[in-house]
Ligand binder design. Structure first.
Ligand SMILES: Nc1ncnc2c1ncn2[C@@H]1O[C@H](COP(=O)(O)OP(=O)(O)OP(=O)(O)O)[C@@H](O)[C@H]1O
Length: 303
């Protein structure tokens, strides 16, 4: 699907399918198009071209069926301040015509799941932001939808609340729902998602299973070095090592993506020195897995 706002292309020919009962993480910086894509799936917006289906229903043509199939947590939400936690959940259960006989037990289960059991009689406006966000997750599940769409559920939270949220998201895996989560921080999804898609400038630039991504992050290393010697000499030596997958000039010198072992890395260092290169720095840096993944996708595309 594609979504344009005037000339601005917010989502560009996004082509994606998410298997039932898996957790899919959509990762992208601010403005990448995550909210736009998710709000189309949540029937709040329509694509300029293309289609999206949830549970077999096309979102633009069967929005009511889609809404019954999904629980949607937008990136910013208002809560109804003058309700208690329990009243809040009951209110949404009524909106979705949930059978009254199951409302209480379902609300109790969900409150336990999001660690809010002891807040059931607290007014919603007296909850911390982290608690309100967890309550939103419970609210999304009150009508027992097959699909959950969570737009940056951990945004705006302090580190402790983020950790709690991560625990809650982890627990949702056991529910056997299909879950789409967006975030701008990839490692937040490492323990939660089965599959990750990276969205950049409205385009889905990479999709992979989380295990593949994590394997890559341990198999590749980022090496940064600095020298005043001519670029062509450095490039010649680097080109002679097949484990050098990518070379980039950065402000502080050079950065390479290296696929070899530490022994091979030592050999590369020796070869550089033997070639007469004077290094003022040569160090391995932690690899940011999102960056790594983007680079690998470029390597695979031959760019
Ligand atoms: N209603 C709108 N009218 C015009 N442009 C919009 C509208 N909504 C979003 N955009 C633009 O579309 C692009 C994608 O925005 P979107 O909110 O989907 O990104 P995002 O990845 O969710 O970012 P964030 O994390 O900041 O919400 C941005 O450039 C944004 O300015």
């Amino acid at each position: 699907m594609t979504k344009k706002y005037g000339k601005m292309v917010a989502v560009n020919e996004m082509n994606l399918s998410v298997q039932r009962q898996t957790v899919f993480g959509l990762v992208g910086e601010n403005g990448a198009g995550k909210t736009t894509a998710l709000s189309i799936l949540a029937t709040l917006s329509t694509p300029t071209s293309g289609y999206a289906y949830i549970n077999g229903y096309e979102v633009s043509r069967h929005p009511r069926d889609v809404r019954r199939s999904i629980g949607y947590m937008p990136d910013s939400f208002g809560v109804y301040d003058d309700l208690t936690v329990m009243e809040y959940l009951r209110f949404f259960a009524d909106c979705y015509d949930v059978d009254r006989r199951v409302v209480k037990s379902r609300a109790d289960d969900l409150l336990e799941r999001v660690n809010l059991t002891d807040k059931r009689d607290t007014y919603v406006n007296a909850l911390s932001r982290g608690m309100q966000q967890r309550l939103e997750i419970a609210r999304c599940l009150m009508h027992d939808p097959d699909v959950l769409i969570l737009d940056e559920p951990a945004s705006g939270l302090d580190p402790r609340s983020r950790l709690e949220m991560r625990g809650v998201l982890h627990g949702l895996r056991d529910l056997g729902k299909t879950i789409l989560i967006s975030t701008h921080i990839l490692h937040e999804l490492a323990e939660v998602a089965d599959e990750i898609g990276i969205l950049r400038g409205g385009e889905l630039v990479a999709v992979a299973a989380i295990q593949v991504m994590l394997q890559h992050s341990s198999a590749y290393r980022t090496i940064e070095f600095n020298t005043n010697d001519p670029d062509d000499l450095v490039e010649r030596v680097l080109a002679g090592d097949r484990q050098v997958l990518q070379v980039e000039r950065i402000a502080s010198g050079w950065e390479i993506l290296y696929g070899g072992t530490q022994g091979q890395q030592a050999t590369l260092l020796t070869r550089m020195i033997e070639a007469g290169i004077t290094l003022t720095q040569f160090a391995e840096r932690p690899t940011d897995i999102e960056q790594l993944f983007l680079r690998l996708s470029r390597v695979q595309e031959g760019k």
